[in-house]
Design a protein. Structure first.
Length: 119
């Protein structure tokens, strides 16, 4: 995915050594991504960088794979209520609600799949 390559470039610009940055671009979902990380790192601790809203699902799967992930959430948002205009519906909030619903349904799916032995 392009986003992992862009994040790698940002880390390099911030001075992180190239040999310390690894990206995985073959997976189609979080499960496959962390499976690839397991094959690459096994028990080596690593920073798990993902969106703050996606972190609970990613950490759940990292734990199921026995990985030593250190959560490093990014892109968390906080909107301060500044007056009456703060209560006007904002399309961005609909996006956030949709993203949160997707993440919670995904987390429920992975927990159920693990419990049933599907994954």
């Amino acid at each position: 995915f392009e986003e992992s390559k862009k994040m790698r470039d940002v880390m390099l610009m911030l001075g992180v050594s190239r040999k310390r940055v690894k990206i995985e671009v073959e997976s189609r979902d979080t499960y496959e991504n962390l499976g690839a990380v397991k094959r690459e790192l096994n028990k080596t601790p690593f920073w798990l960088v993902t969106s703050a809203i996606h972190m609970p699902r990613a950490m759940f799967l990292a734990g199921k794979f026995g990985l030593k992930a250190v959560p490093a959430p990014c892109d968390s948002h906080y909107n301060q209520v500044t007056g009456l205009t703060s209560f006007i519906p904002d399309p961005y909030n609909f996006y956030v609600c949709t993203a949160a619903t997707n993440e919670y349904l995904g987390l429920v799916w992975y927990k159920l799949a693990w419990w049933l032995g599907i994954k």
